[in-house]
Design a protein around this ligand. Sequence first.
Ligand code: URA
Length: 238
Amino acid sequence: MRLDKLLSNMGFGSRKEVRLLLKKGVVRLNNEVIKDVSKHIEIDSDHVTVLGEPVVYKEFVYLMMNKPQGVISATEDRHDRTVVDLLDEEFTNFEPFPVGRLDKDTEGFLLLTNDGKLAHNLLSPKKEVAKTYYAHIDGVVTETDVMDFSQGVVLDDGYLTKPGQLEVLKSATLSEIELTITEGKFHQVKRMFEAVGKKVVYLKRISMGDLPLDEHLTLGSYRELTDEELLLLKNSTL
Ligand code: URA
């Protein structure tokens, strides 16, 4: 990997900032001052220091984002801003991608990572990783809906969903609910409510596996997972 990419990935600033750092002579490769940004580094054997501190290479990045409405869960899009457009260069250098999709008008917990194996496990239908959503529903959500969801409902294409755990927080003409499901069909939550004659008017994912969304994250902001959080997420796929 190029030295500037390595240092940028490890949080030493943009490629431009890294270039300035090298110019100052504070970066050493195997104990020799190095100024060539394009130098190829062998991750396993070369020893890089900045101001005398060793640079420990990290391969993966794991980001929890509170996705806002209006952005697309993709890495690129011709018309709209994507969740990746919201990330700093420090993170885009890792080439993260969103794990699964939230609709353009859905908010909440979106994981972005470059760890393909974890992404695969979290999305695999076999793993049945739980996802919990908070929603506002146009219509009175009843105990009958709770029962129906607990047995699975038939979507518009004839698919019988796996059981969903529906909790009614407020039953009124505009209801509030939490729904936990273990699969991720296209527009699944919206279509499950359509199956019982109701409409989702606001949708937010509040957890994935055993990991809840950090409510301190404002819409559009994100942060790296802690080691404990990553472990929780990985354990959810076992
Ligand atoms: N279900 C939906 O209908 N939309 C989402 O964004 C996520 C789950």
